[in-house]
Every structure is written in C-alpha cells, then in structure tokens.
Design a protein around this ligand. Structure first.
Ligand SMILES: Nc1ncnc2c1ncn2[C@@H]1O[C@H](COP(=O)(O)OP(=O)(O)OP(=O)(O)O)[C@@H](O)[C@H]1O
Length: 371
C-alpha cells in the first residue's frame, strides 16, 4: 500500500514534457551554411528523432536546442516561451552524449546524484531519487562502484539515469548508443523508450541508424544538407515518402525511373528502362503525378510469379535468389534496373537465376515519388 501511495505521489508530481517550436532556424559558420530555414514542432512528451547522414546538421540542431550553439537566425520556443537567447544551464534540459562523460572519481550513485546536489535537494530526497533511477536502469547493485569498474553499456545507463534523475522536461540525446555493440544497442533502445514513456519527458534523439529511428520514435525528422526533408511518424515515412531520398532512407526500396502520365482516377507510370508501363490508383499519397519521377517498390509489395501468369503486372529476369528464412529474396532485372521482390519460402521457388519471371505488385501500396 505504502508502495502504491509513493508511486501515486511520484506520478502526481511528475513533470510533463515540454513542447518545442522551432521557426526558421539558421546556422552558418562564416560562409558555410549548416542549417537552413528549418521549422520543427515537437509536442509535449513526444520522442522525436533527428535522422540524417553525417554532416546533415543533426548535432548542430540538437546543440542549438540545448543552448550550446547560438543560431544565426530563427527562434526556439519551449512551452510557448522564447528560449533562443537563454544560456544552456538556464534551460534545465537533460543531456546524454555518445561519450558517457561521467565523473571518474565519483561513484555511480554520486554521479547520478550530482544534478540533484547542484539543485540543492536535501540528502534524504536525493538518496531516494538516486535509488529510484538506479533501479529503473537496473544498476542499483553497482551503486558504490566507480565508472571505470563498469562496462560500456552500464556506463551509458549511468549517464542516462544522471540525465533523467532531475526529471527534466526535455531530454536531449546525441547518438547515446553509438559506441555500443548491436545487441546492447537494441536492449538499451527498448529501455530508453520505456523510461521516456514512464517519465513523460520530451526526448530529442540524434542518430544515423534508420532502424533505431523507426523503432523508437513517435516522429522522425529526416535531415539532409541542413534542411528537414520530411517529418512524420515512422509508418507514414515508410509508407508515404515525400521523395526518392526519403524512400531510400528507410528499409529496402527499389526506385525505378519513370514518366508519370495522369488519367481519370489513375496514374500511368511508364518505366524509363525496358519500356513497360503500369497503372496505379491516383491517391494523394503520390508526390509525382505528372512528368519524371520514380516508382518506389518495397520488397514486400512485389511477388514473383510465372511469366505467363495473367495477373502479372511486370516482366523481368531473375538474377539472384537468397533464402531469408520466411521468404525468398529475389533480385529481378527490368531493363537496366534492379527490383527486389519476394516469394514465400514455404515451398520451392520454382525459378532459377537467368529465367524470365513475372511480378505481381500491390498497386495500392506502390508510390510515385518526386526525385
Ligand atoms: N565549428 C564549426 N565550424 C565550421 N563548420 C562546422 C562546425 N561545426 C560543425 N560544422 C559543419 O556543420 C555541418 C553539420 O555538422 P553536424 O555535426 O551538425 O552534423 P551531423 O549531422 O551531426 O553529423 P555527424 O552524424 O557526423 O555527427 C558539417 O558539415 C560540419 O562540418
């Protein structure tokens, strides 16, 4: 009962995450422009990932939100308050970096308690809070060790607990799992998301790992060259990419060059290589509705069949086959381009590389995208 009441009390004083509104953010170093006219809206309690290739401006944007970098122009509002010129230490955000940045001479518990000490929390409350967060990251059994006596994954969990212990409204993370091996990354991805949902904080998370972004986030902002190309929930980004860059950024996609001709209720995609054509339902999800673009095909949208199948949509030549457990992964040549298709692996494929095959396509899911 006491436990339930304590948990209720903790819940009732739990701070909700803050909302963040970035408008027309710009950053230049001399003549080099790093962020350009960037807008981003983050709702309270959202987990938003900044994803993009090296040099696309992810860290610069995160550091500007943290107050560690000054913008050249634009504004950052947090819960409606303009924080653009407020220094980092006054923003009260938690931060986690790839390098754990723990104090080497302090124990795990002292490291986690540090943000509370500088906020002058009394010893009793400090102890209780440190214990709670060490339990949350499953490290209460190593509270008295020094960071050097921990593994990399454990050290990163300490820095996570230290960033969360003062229950910040905003938690900023810059590639926090970048130095860890794959298995540990996956375990910690799950843990971070669980902790964030529990605490209700707003998280902005930088990564260049697409799978990490898709699996953890409420929303992903995909950056390229200092601009946000598309920001949306992961299923939306996956299903309805705005252009070929976004389509290629998530999962495997075959992009076939085509020319689009609009019709009444349909769009015709004339493939640039091989001379075949395809009619798709004209929905608002296509971003190329007239002229040159790409037909974006995910492997699960294209199934291999016989060349004489009356339901086939395209013809191609099978060039390679791989057994992937649940499916056969098939590389199919169409003109000069390659399309990845699948076939169920419950039975023999029945076709060998070099053979002509047919493809049936999920026409409702295919997208015609701008370059
Ligand atoms: N102090 C600086 N002076 C000049 N250019 C800089 C400076 N800091 C960053 N840049 C440039 O700004 C661009 C964006 O850098 P940023 O670190 O934000 O990219 P990123 O997407 O986080 O990349 P990565 O994934 O490699 O960390 C890069 O081209 C970088 O060279």
């Amino acid at each position: 009962m006491a436990q339930v009441m304590a948990e209720r009390a903790a819940t009732s004083r739990r701070p909700a995450g803050a909302s963040i509104r970035i408008r027309n953010a710009r950053k230049s170093y001399g003549t080099t422009t790093v962020l350009e006219h960037l807008d981003l809206d983050i709702e309270a309690g959202e987990f938003v990932t900044l994803l993009g290739p090296s040099g696309s401006g992810k860290s610069t944007l995160l550091n500007a939100i943290a107050g560690l970098e000054n913008l050249t122009g634009g504004t950052i509002e947090v819960d409606g308050r303009d924080l653009t010129h407020v220094p980092a230490h006054r923003r009260g955000f938690g931060m986690v970096f790839q390098s754990y940045a723990l104090f080497p001479h302090l124990t795990v518990a002292e490291n986690v308690g540090y943000p509370l000490r500088i906020r002058h929390l009394n010893t009793r409350n400090r102890r209780a809070r440190v214990e709670k967060y060490l339990q949350l990251v499953a490290l209460d059994h190593v509270a008295d060790r020094l960071p050097s006596q921990l593994s990399g994954g454990q050290q990163q969990r300490v820095s996570l607990a230290r960033a969360m212990v003062f229950e910040p409204r905003v938690l900023l993370m810059d590639e926090p799992l970048g130095a860890l091996d794959r298995n540990l990354r996956q375990a910690l991805q799950f843990e971070i998301r669980k902790l964030q949902l529990e605490a209700g904080s707003t998280v902005i998370y930088v990564t260049h790992d697409h799978d990490e972004a898709l699996s953890m986030s409420d929303k992903v902002a995909l950056l390229n060259g200092g601009r946000i190309v598309q920001v949306a929930a992961p299923p939306e980004l996956y299903r309805n990419p705005r252009n070929a860059y976004v389509a290629a950024a998530f999962g495997e996609t075959s992009l076939l060059e085509c020319t689009v001709l609009p019709g009444a209720g349909w769009l015709e995609a004339k493939l640039a290589h091989g001379g075949q054509a395809l009619r798709l339902p004209a929905t608002p999800d296509h971003t190329c509705t007239d002229g040159d673009g790409f037909l974006a095909v995910r492997p699960e949208m294209a199934a291999v069949t016989g060349p004489d199948d009356p339901h086939r949509h395209l013809l191609g030549s099978l060039t390679a086959v791989a057994f992937m457990g649940g499916i056969w992964r098939c590389e199919v040549r169409i003109g000069d381009e390659t399309l990845i298709a699948t076939a169920p692996s419950g039975r023999a494929l029945g076709y060998r590389p070099g053979q002509e095959i047919g493809l049936t396509l999920d026409l409702d899911s295919l997208r015609l995208v701008a370059a």
